[in-house]
Design a protein around this ligand. Structure first.
Ligand code: GRF
Length: 193
């Protein structure tokens, strides 16, 4: 038995779609209950509507109002685990406290390097030889939560930001599924804290 998942996005939603597909084809035993976006122009939403998955836009500037609506939806949908995938809002400490170790995020760098925005660009600018992606639990900081797993990508001299971002994204898709699979097993073994 897997999780009842909510996936929160703000943009194109390739990680989200990848998780949805992995649940559909039973690679994962979780069920995607709802996709929520804070951005009404998020192109990811239309990609899953056809699949019959519920989507919701929460268009609220004030974080307390946003989180109130979010919490109502999560309760209604019986969600017990949240995946952030390109979700561009900072959640409050209070909200995170209620979902301790139940929210994970993916970031396109080997954390703790290159937190925050433009992580791929920063890696190129710093001329590091390797970068990659990280999945971590979400805490009150920006990309500071406990690291769950990472995948490495070698930076080639010929890589520009676009090429490198593409290579990292490919690894992100592999990593997200692997991590959820591992967490599902922990959950089933009652190791869930
Ligand atoms: C990914 O690079 C992810 O690491 C970052 O935002 C991007 C989202 O891409 N947090 P997508 O919306 O999943 O395609």
């Amino acid at each position: 038995m897997g999780f009842n998942l909510a996936i929160l996005i703000s943009g194109r939603g390739s990680n989200m779609l990848n998780i949805v597909n992995a649940c559909d084809n039973k690679t994962l035993s979780s069920k995607v209950k709802i996709i929520i976006s804070n951005n009404k122009n998020s192109s990811g939403l239309s990609k899953v509507k056809k699949k019959g998955i519920k989507t919701k836009i929460i268009d609220e500037n004030k974080i307390n109002k946003f989180e109130k609506k979010l919490s109502e939806i999560l309760i209604k949908e019986k969600v017990n685990f949240i995946c952030l995938a390109g979700f561009m809002r900072i959640l409050s400490q209070e909200f995170l406290h209620n979902w301790k170790r139940k929210i994970i995020n993916i970031h396109p760098s080997i954390l703790p390097s290159f937190r925050g925005l433009n992580a791929v660009k920063k890696a190129i600018e710093k001329k590091v030889k390797y970068t990659g992606c990280t999945i971590h639990y979400v805490d009150k900081g920006v990309d500071t939560g406990e690291i769950i797993d990472q995948r490495i990508v070698k930076i080639l001299k010929t890589d520009d930001e676009e090429k490198l971002a593409k290579k990292i994204l490919k690894e992100e898709h592999i990593l997200y599924i692997k991590v959820i699979e591992t967490l599902e097993k922990e959950y089933n073994n009652g190791k869930d804290r």
